[in-house]
Design a protein around this ligand. Structure first.
Ligand code: HEM
Length: 478
């Protein structure tokens, strides 16, 4: 009786699956205009309730453990890819401990060592890649960003030994693992289809590579001097005293790389497409480095990134319009009254948060459709309300993996909020800012036709990637 309004549909099971799936942001916007911030639609036979705006984000992302559940929804997709006993194949309390282990390895000290590693990988990529020979050319950028992301992330997060294996066996195996990460698998994850067989074979093989590496490192004892994430996880223990078993270390290593790969690679592609659309910004970025770091452009260090506000804003603004995760889902465990409304969400529904809706809402972001990195300066005409009226100190909570902001006051949440919030935000920013800074040093970018169009989004994968091919023109700096 007190359920939110239902989006009209013709066919029982299909419901709005097709209109939602073709363009989720458009679907949210249209139905929000009709029904307000809370409404229900049928997604593959399941009543799915969307709650948007800062209040909707808060309602879902900061939902209590007794009310909402993430693992029930995600496990079919993630467990065959990551492996058993980690992330969504364990109780939430265990995930919170695992997030703490993974997060502790992402310290400022670690980031200092990551920036030269990432910069070095970008430079050597452009030296050896045949598509970047000569003075200028045209490339399909998503393919390139996918490679740059995996080389930089594996080297920085997993160490040089694992990075070398990406030149041989690991790249193809991760590609097969990846194929498990498709929306079809929300229904067909169990099916003995060719891509699922490949996924399962790849999972076993990759996990074995990591477990062999762990054994070798344990055998070396003190002689193993590398202080990377694997080493840190190998030496971690749960609160009850149990050391993290080797297979869980291996599976967390897979989860870390997979969690970062798609979102960072897609964001990297969108940044390059936006820069090609706005060649003037590329020049501003170059001049920003010359002014802040010196005309000789010395090797990039972690501390330099904070001296490049436009470089930071380019990443931030791209995530506003192209957040890779457009839909965040939760199972409902108890009837949930929606604050400020008469609605109660029954346990038969799934909840869907879409922080991208408030991130493109004109009441928070003037001219929301315009990609304008300068809007993040408080004196810009497009400055969002959250920048102009600096909000009072954000409320923070600890779910077991360190203090995180609840994000209640913010219409901008590309990294989520609450107990499932991203632990990779800082790494992703460091990785992307370093990649952009290095590319701007090497190249000028523009659209192939010299115009200022932008390519559409492919929502058929789980992440909001550019439709391919997505070609841009590069020209080497003199
Ligand atoms: C969770 C976004 C990069 C690891 C999340 C969530 C979002 C997100 C929205 C919340 C999901 C939910 O509530 O269901 C992003 C974006 C990235 C990025 C936009 C890059 C631009 C990374 C990287 C790593 C990572 C590089 C690893 C180093 C994780 C982990 C979680 C998470 C472990 C926790 C999942 C949970 O607690 O349920 N991310 N992420 N992410 N992310 Fe990221």
């Amino acid at each position: 009786p007190n359920e939110p309004p239902m989006v009209f549909h013709w066919f029982p099971f299909i419901g709005s699956t097709i209109t939602y799936g073709m363009d989720p942001p458009k679907f949210f916007q249209e139905n929000r205009a009709k029904f307000g911030d809370v409404f229900t639609f049928i997604l593959l036979g399941k009543k799915t309730t969307v709650a948007v705006g800062p209040a909707g984000n808060d309602f879902i992302l900061n939902g209590k453990l007794k009310d909402v559940n993430a693992e029930e929804i995600y496990t079919v997709l993630t467990t065959p890819v990551f492996g058993r006993d980690v992330v969504y194949d364990c109780p939430n309390a265990k995930l919170m401990e695992q997030k703490k282990f993974m997060k502790i390895a992402l310290t400022t000290e670690a980031f200092r060592s990551y920036v030269p590693i990432i910069a070095g990988e970008v430079q050597s990529y452009f030296k050896r890649d045949p598509d970047f020979k000569g003075k200028s050319g045209i490339v399909d950028i998503p393919k390139k960003m996918a490679e740059i992301t995996i080389f930089t992330a594996s080297h920085a997060l997993q160490g040089s030994a694992i990075r070398r294996k990406f030149d041989e066996s690991l790249a193809a195996l991760y590609h097969d693992l990846d194929m498990g990460f498709t929306p079809i698998n929300f229904m067909l994850h169990w099916a003995p289809l060719p891509w699922n067989r490949k996924r399962d074979h790849a999972q076993r093989t990759v996990a074995k590579i990591y477990m062999d590496t762990i054994k070798e490192r344990r055998a070396k004892g003190d002689a193993d001097k590398e202080l990377d994430i694997m080493k840190h996880l190998m030496n971690s223990s749960y609160k009850n005293g149990t050391p993290v078993p080797d297979h869980e270390v291996a599976h967390m290593m897979i989860a870390l790389l997979m969690a970062g790969q798609h979102s960072s690679s897609s964001t990297g592609s969108w940044i390059m497409l936006r820069l090609a659309q706005n060649p003037r910004i590329v020049e501003e970025l170059y001049q920003e480095q010359v002014k802040a770091l010196g005309a000789d452009l010395p090797p990039l260090a972690y501390e330099d990134l904070a001296k490049l506000p436009l470089n930071q804003a380019v990443v931030k603004e791209t995530l506003r319009l192209h957040a890779p995760i457009h839909s965040i889902m939760r199972a409902v465990k108890q009837p949930m009254p929606v604050p400020g409304t008469k609605y109660v969400i029954p346990t038969t529904h799934t909840l869907l948060a879409a922080p991208g809706v408030s991130a493109s809402d004109p009441s928070y972001f003037p001219n929301p459709g315009v990609w304008d990195p300068h809007r993040w300066q408080s004196d810009s005409v497009n400055a969002p309300t959250i920048v102009r009226n600096v909000v009072e100190e954000e409320e923070k909570v600890d779910y077991g993996y360190g203090l995180v902001s609840k994000g209640v006051a913010s219409p901008y949440l590309p990294f989520g909020a609450g107990r499932h919030r991203c632990i990779g935000e800082h790494f992703a920013n460091v990785q992307l800012q370093t990649i952009v800074a290095e590319i701007v040093r090497l190249f000028k970018l523009s659209n192939v036709d010299g115009g200022n169009t932008i390519i559409g989004t492919d929502y058929a994968s789980l992440f909001s990637r550019p439709l391919e091919p997505a070609k841009i023109r590069w020209e080497r700096r003199a």
